[in-house]
Design a protein around this ligand. Structure first.
Ligand SMILES: *[C@@H]1O[C@H](CO)[C@@H](O)[C@H](O)[C@H]1NC(C)=O
Ligand SMILES: *[C@@H]1O[C@H](CO)[C@@H](O)[C@H](O)[C@H]1NC(C)=O
Ligand SMILES: CC(=O)N[C@H]1CO[C@H](CO)[C@@H](O)[C@@H]1O
Length: 196
Protein backbone atom coordinates (compact mmCIF):
# COMPACT_ATOMS: atom_id res chain seq x y z
CA UNK A 1 0.00 0.00 0.00
CA UNK A 2 1.26 3.46 -0.89
CA UNK A 3 2.08 5.74 2.03
CA UNK A 4 -0.48 8.38 0.95
CA UNK A 5 -3.32 5.86 1.31
CA UNK A 6 -1.93 4.50 4.56
CA UNK A 7 -1.40 7.90 6.19
CA UNK A 8 -5.07 8.86 6.86
CA UNK A 9 -5.56 5.42 8.38
CA UNK A 10 -2.57 5.84 10.69
CA UNK A 11 -3.69 9.34 11.71
CA UNK A 12 -7.16 8.21 12.70
CA UNK A 13 -6.17 5.02 14.45
CA UNK A 14 -3.01 6.14 16.26
CA UNK A 15 -4.75 8.37 18.87
CA UNK A 16 -7.12 5.53 19.61
CA UNK A 17 -4.25 3.15 20.27
CA UNK A 18 -2.42 5.77 22.31
CA UNK A 19 -5.48 6.45 24.48
CA UNK A 20 -5.92 2.77 25.17
CA UNK A 21 -2.30 1.93 25.86
CA UNK A 22 -2.42 2.35 29.69
CA UNK A 23 -5.16 -0.27 29.78
CA UNK A 24 -5.06 -3.79 28.51
CA UNK A 25 -6.91 -4.23 25.27
CA UNK A 26 -10.27 -5.79 26.12
CA UNK A 27 -10.69 -9.33 24.96
CA UNK A 28 -13.06 -9.47 21.98
CA UNK A 29 -14.82 -12.42 23.64
CA UNK A 30 -16.15 -10.25 26.47
CA UNK A 31 -19.51 -8.93 25.28
CA UNK A 32 -20.01 -5.32 24.31
CA UNK A 33 -20.48 -3.48 27.62
CA UNK A 34 -22.68 -0.86 26.00
CA UNK A 35 -25.50 -3.35 25.45
CA UNK A 36 -25.47 -4.80 28.97
CA UNK A 37 -26.29 -3.16 32.29
CA UNK A 38 -23.13 -2.80 34.40
CA UNK A 39 -22.34 -5.80 36.57
CA UNK A 40 -23.15 -5.27 40.25
CA UNK A 41 -20.20 -5.02 42.64
CA UNK A 42 -21.05 -8.05 44.75
CA UNK A 43 -22.21 -11.58 44.14
CA UNK A 44 -25.51 -12.00 45.95
CA UNK A 45 -26.68 -15.47 46.83
CA UNK A 46 -29.71 -16.97 48.50
CA UNK A 47 -28.73 -18.75 51.72
CA UNK A 48 -30.54 -21.30 53.85
CA UNK A 49 -29.16 -20.24 57.21
CA UNK A 50 -30.51 -20.88 60.72
CA UNK A 51 -31.41 -18.70 63.69
CA UNK A 52 -32.40 -19.99 67.14
CA UNK A 53 -32.66 -23.56 65.88
CA UNK A 54 -34.81 -22.75 62.85
CA UNK A 55 -33.90 -22.59 59.19
CA UNK A 56 -34.25 -19.19 57.57
CA UNK A 57 -33.75 -17.75 54.09
CA UNK A 58 -31.52 -14.73 53.57
CA UNK A 59 -29.86 -12.90 50.71
CA UNK A 60 -26.13 -12.40 51.26
CA UNK A 61 -23.63 -10.23 49.41
CA UNK A 62 -20.38 -12.18 49.44
CA UNK A 63 -17.11 -10.48 50.33
CA UNK A 64 -14.82 -9.63 48.66
CA UNK A 65 -16.46 -7.90 45.70
CA UNK A 66 -15.98 -8.94 42.10
CA UNK A 67 -12.45 -8.20 40.91
CA UNK A 68 -10.89 -8.01 37.48
CA UNK A 69 -9.35 -11.36 36.70
CA UNK A 70 -5.68 -11.59 35.79
CA UNK A 71 -5.83 -15.36 35.31
CA UNK A 72 -5.09 -16.59 31.80
CA UNK A 73 -8.21 -17.49 29.91
CA UNK A 74 -10.40 -15.04 31.84
CA UNK A 75 -7.96 -12.10 31.95
CA UNK A 76 -10.02 -8.88 32.16
CA UNK A 77 -13.28 -10.62 33.09
CA UNK A 78 -15.09 -10.15 36.41
CA UNK A 79 -14.13 -12.78 38.93
CA UNK A 80 -14.74 -13.53 42.56
CA UNK A 81 -12.80 -15.93 44.75
CA UNK A 82 -14.88 -18.54 46.54
CA UNK A 83 -11.79 -19.66 48.44
CA UNK A 84 -10.51 -23.22 48.71
CA UNK A 85 -13.90 -24.93 48.82
CA UNK A 86 -14.31 -28.68 48.69
CA UNK A 87 -11.22 -30.75 49.21
CA UNK A 88 -10.74 -33.61 51.63
CA UNK A 89 -11.90 -31.57 54.63
CA UNK A 90 -15.23 -30.85 52.99
CA UNK A 91 -16.27 -34.35 52.01
CA UNK A 92 -17.33 -35.31 48.53
CA UNK A 93 -18.68 -33.12 45.79
CA UNK A 94 -21.75 -34.62 44.12
CA UNK A 95 -23.39 -34.21 40.75
CA UNK A 96 -27.03 -35.01 41.48
CA UNK A 97 -29.67 -35.75 38.83
CA UNK A 98 -33.25 -35.49 40.08
CA UNK A 99 -36.31 -36.65 38.09
CA UNK A 100 -39.05 -34.11 37.19
CA UNK A 101 -41.49 -33.46 40.02
CA UNK A 102 -39.27 -35.12 42.63
CA UNK A 103 -40.09 -34.32 46.24
CA UNK A 104 -36.96 -34.31 48.39
CA UNK A 105 -38.99 -33.95 51.58
CA UNK A 106 -37.93 -32.17 54.74
CA UNK A 107 -34.26 -32.48 55.64
CA UNK A 108 -31.21 -30.59 56.87
CA UNK A 109 -28.19 -29.64 54.79
CA UNK A 110 -25.90 -32.67 55.36
CA UNK A 111 -22.88 -30.35 55.52
CA UNK A 112 -22.39 -26.66 54.76
CA UNK A 113 -22.37 -26.65 50.99
CA UNK A 114 -22.85 -24.80 47.75
CA UNK A 115 -25.69 -26.08 45.63
CA UNK A 116 -25.41 -24.98 42.02
CA UNK A 117 -28.44 -25.65 39.84
CA UNK A 118 -27.15 -26.72 36.43
CA UNK A 119 -30.52 -27.63 34.98
CA UNK A 120 -34.18 -27.44 35.97
CA UNK A 121 -35.32 -25.81 39.18
CA UNK A 122 -35.40 -26.45 42.91
CA UNK A 123 -37.95 -24.95 45.27
CA UNK A 124 -37.21 -24.53 48.96
CA UNK A 125 -39.85 -24.09 51.63
CA UNK A 126 -39.45 -23.79 55.37
CA UNK A 127 -41.57 -25.52 58.01
CA UNK A 128 -43.86 -23.16 59.90
CA UNK A 129 -43.05 -20.33 57.51
CA UNK A 130 -44.36 -18.87 54.28
CA UNK A 131 -40.84 -17.98 53.16
CA UNK A 132 -39.72 -19.85 50.05
CA UNK A 133 -37.07 -19.72 47.34
CA UNK A 134 -36.80 -20.90 43.74
CA UNK A 135 -33.37 -21.54 42.30
CA UNK A 136 -33.20 -22.18 38.55
CA UNK A 137 -30.36 -22.93 36.20
CA UNK A 138 -28.71 -19.85 34.75
CA UNK A 139 -27.24 -16.63 36.06
CA UNK A 140 -28.70 -16.92 39.55
CA UNK A 141 -28.18 -20.62 40.10
CA UNK A 142 -26.07 -20.64 43.28
CA UNK A 143 -27.45 -21.40 46.72
CA UNK A 144 -25.64 -21.79 50.02
CA UNK A 145 -27.20 -24.49 52.22
CA UNK A 146 -26.04 -24.09 55.83
CA UNK A 147 -28.92 -25.43 57.96
CA UNK A 148 -27.07 -28.50 59.24
CA UNK A 149 -28.72 -30.60 62.00
CA UNK A 150 -26.60 -28.94 64.73
CA UNK A 151 -28.12 -25.51 63.98
CA UNK A 152 -31.62 -26.29 62.67
CA UNK A 153 -34.10 -28.65 64.29
CA UNK A 154 -36.54 -29.05 61.38
CA UNK A 155 -34.43 -28.10 58.37
CA UNK A 156 -36.15 -27.20 55.10
CA UNK A 157 -38.05 -28.94 52.31
CA UNK A 158 -36.95 -29.15 48.69
CA UNK A 159 -38.96 -30.15 45.67
CA UNK A 160 -38.26 -29.96 41.96
CA UNK A 161 -41.22 -28.49 40.05
CA UNK A 162 -39.47 -28.52 36.67
CA UNK A 163 -40.79 -30.74 33.86
CA UNK A 164 -37.21 -31.62 32.97
CA UNK A 165 -34.57 -33.37 35.04
CA UNK A 166 -32.99 -31.08 37.59
CA UNK A 167 -29.24 -31.30 37.98
CA UNK A 168 -27.41 -29.95 40.98
CA UNK A 169 -23.76 -29.70 41.85
CA UNK A 170 -23.25 -29.98 45.61
CA UNK A 171 -19.89 -28.70 46.78
CA UNK A 172 -19.05 -28.85 50.50
CA UNK A 173 -17.46 -25.70 51.90
CA UNK A 174 -14.73 -27.64 53.66
CA UNK A 175 -12.15 -26.11 55.96
CA UNK A 176 -12.62 -22.66 54.40
CA UNK A 177 -15.98 -22.45 56.16
CA UNK A 178 -18.79 -20.00 55.52
CA UNK A 179 -17.69 -17.21 53.17
CA UNK A 180 -17.41 -13.63 54.45
CA UNK A 181 -20.59 -11.73 53.63
CA UNK A 182 -23.04 -8.97 54.44
CA UNK A 183 -26.69 -9.88 54.96
CA UNK A 184 -28.66 -7.84 52.41
CA UNK A 185 -32.16 -8.94 53.40
CA UNK A 186 -34.38 -11.65 54.79
CA UNK A 187 -35.83 -14.06 52.24
CA UNK A 188 -34.38 -15.26 48.95
CA UNK A 189 -32.49 -12.78 46.78
CA UNK A 190 -34.89 -10.91 44.49
CA UNK A 191 -35.22 -7.88 42.24
CA UNK A 192 -32.05 -5.84 41.89
CA UNK A 193 -30.16 -8.33 44.08
CA UNK A 194 -30.26 -10.76 41.15
CA UNK A 195 -28.17 -10.67 38.01
CA UNK A 196 -30.16 -9.69 34.96
C1 LIG B 1 -26.24 -7.32 44.69
O1 LIG B 1 -27.18 -6.58 45.41
C2 LIG B 1 -26.87 -5.20 45.47
C3 LIG B 1 -27.91 -4.56 46.40
O2 LIG B 1 -29.22 -4.78 45.91
C4 LIG B 1 -26.90 -4.63 44.07
O3 LIG B 1 -26.54 -3.26 44.12
C5 LIG B 1 -25.89 -5.37 43.21
O4 LIG B 1 -25.98 -4.92 41.87
C6 LIG B 1 -26.21 -6.85 43.24
N1 LIG B 1 -25.16 -7.59 42.51
C7 LIG B 1 -25.39 -8.14 41.31
C8 LIG B 1 -24.22 -8.86 40.69
O5 LIG B 1 -26.45 -8.07 40.73
C1 LIG C 1 -16.44 -39.78 49.98
O1 LIG C 1 -16.37 -40.82 49.04
C2 LIG C 1 -15.54 -41.89 49.44
C3 LIG C 1 -15.43 -42.86 48.27
O2 LIG C 1 -16.70 -43.18 47.79
C4 LIG C 1 -16.14 -42.53 50.70
O3 LIG C 1 -15.32 -43.58 51.14
C5 LIG C 1 -16.22 -41.46 51.79
O4 LIG C 1 -16.85 -41.98 52.94
C6 LIG C 1 -17.00 -40.25 51.30
N1 LIG C 1 -16.91 -39.19 52.30
C7 LIG C 1 -17.98 -38.62 52.85
C8 LIG C 1 -17.71 -37.55 53.85
O5 LIG C 1 -19.12 -38.93 52.53
C1 LIG D 1 -46.33 -24.70 65.41
C2 LIG D 1 -46.22 -25.49 64.14
O1 LIG D 1 -46.86 -25.20 63.15
N1 LIG D 1 -45.33 -26.49 64.14
C3 LIG D 1 -45.09 -27.33 62.99
C4 LIG D 1 -43.80 -26.92 62.34
O2 LIG D 1 -43.45 -27.81 61.28
C5 LIG D 1 -43.30 -29.16 61.68
C6 LIG D 1 -42.78 -29.93 60.48
O3 LIG D 1 -43.47 -29.62 59.30
C7 LIG D 1 -44.60 -29.68 62.24
O4 LIG D 1 -44.44 -31.00 62.68
C8 LIG D 1 -45.05 -28.80 63.39
O5 LIG D 1 -46.32 -29.19 63.81
Amino acid sequence: MHLSTLLPFLLTTTPLIAAKSPLKAPSPSIGSPSTLPPLGKTLNVTVITAHHGRSALECWALEPDFETSTVTGTDGASSLSLGPIGGVAGGNTSYVVVPPGFDGGRHNAPVNQWVICLSGELRITLPNSTSSARISAGKNSALLALDTPDVSKLGHSTDYPSKERSIGLEIPLGAAGVPKHRVLSEGACAGEQLLD
